[in-house]
Write a protein that binds this ligand. Sequence first.
Ligand code: 5GP
Ligand code: ZN
Length: 115
Amino acid sequence: MSENCIFCQIVAGKAPGEIVYKDEQVTAFRDQQPAAPVHLLIVPARHITSLNRISEADEGLLGHLIIVARKLAEKFLISQSGYRFIINTGPDAGQTVFHLHAHLMGGKPLSGLKR
Ligand code: 5GP
Ligand code: ZN
């Protein structure tokens, strides 16, 4: 855990977050400023700053994270209407929280919506 990381704090239950899924590897919670009717963030339990810091050892974790995204899309009833799965990385992508996270967004047409 990185003490001053807001997502580590949410995973540890030390900061508020509307958690919709949690297991030993990943936690998913609602984005505090949703850009779509369904806007979830799926984060590894381990503090990884960005995609730039992943390695072959993380293959299982990232595969698991994507499968959790697919299951959440089904649970939140957007698997057929469609959704976006985004991992912003670095300044040009607008990454603002430096704990790896995937956005899962859907529930309305997303054309032009980049977050
Ligand atoms: P990024 O641009 O880094 O991919 O997006 C970070 C996302 O985290 C933003 O959509 C922002 O609304 C969300 N966020 C930032 N701080 C918090 C927080 O404390 N709680 C929750 N639930 N979401 C947050
Ligand atoms: Zn963290």
